[in-house]
Design a protein around this ligand. Structure first.
Ligand SMILES: Nc1ncnc2c1ncn2[C@@H]1O[C@H](COP(=O)(O)OP(=O)(O)OP(=O)(O)O)[C@@H](O)[C@H]1O
Length: 197
């Protein structure tokens, strides 16, 4: 099942300026794992924003067939005055106990802490839980796990793997460290806009 299809996409933030990216084509199916690479400024974040529906490019074809994108960024963007539990409650609609998931990511003692008091790596783990809490069809990770040490990164990867097996969500990942790719899936290089498997 195709979740997203964009053909010959070109995105301009400013009609007179250079495009953020041009003539890109990408098709994302349920369960896919895509790795987006390219130098700084090549348009990786912009492409994630297009996939999520936050930007609209010029394109010969543009189809989105999903309901819930989950987005996590390098900058966790939690609500600083709310506790970890409150940040998660804002997006969780199922009422499930959040402690098992917090424990899996080593956050069992953080539930009542204001988000402003967390380290970057702790906040990134909470932001990942928040993104997964919406039961997304597509998970968009923009340098989202860069602050984690090896053990925490593996725990985060295991959780994402389990969710993918459970729900079939597609994962689109941007990271500057190819050694920390979550999955060996498809890749799209934005400097040459070359698709490889
Ligand atoms: N909101 C915006 N308004 C105008 N130009 C923008 C905006 N966001 C990004 N750009 C421009 O679009 C181009 C692509 O930016 P983008 O952030 O998508 O690149 P990136 O590959 O994710 O970079 P990095 O690896 O440094 O995060 C850049 O030239 C950037 O300056």
């Amino acid at each position: 099942m195709t979740l997203f299809e964009g053909a010959n996409m070109t995105l301009r933030y400013d009609a007179a300026g250079a495009p953020a990216f041009s003539d890109l084509s990408l098709s994302i199916r349920k369960g896919d794992c895509w790795f987006l690479s390219g130098p700084s400024g090549a348009g990786k974040t912009s492409l994630l924003r297009v996939i999520a529906g936050l930007e609209t490019p010029d394109a010969t074809r543009l189809v989105r067939r999903f309901e819930r994108p989950g987005f996590a960024f390098a900058e966790p963007r939690l609500l600083p005055d709310l506790t970890v539990a409150q940040n998660l409650s804002l997006v969780r609609s199922d009422g499930r106990d959040m402690m098992p998931a917090l424990s899996q990511l080593g956050l069992q003692d953080m539930a009542d802490r204001p988000a402003a008091t967390l380290s970057k790596g702790q906040a990134q783990r909470v932001a990942l839980l928040r993104a997964l809490s919406t039961e997304p069809d597509i998970l968009l990770l923009d340098e989202a796990l860069g602050g984690l040490d090896a053990g925490r990164w593996e725990a985060a990867r295991d959780m994402i793997c389990r969710e993918r097996k459970r729900t079939g969500l597609a994962i689109i990942e941007v990271t500057h460290d190819p050694a920390r790719r979550l999955f060996q899936g498809q890749s799209l290089s934005l400097d040459k806009a070359r698709e490889t498997r």
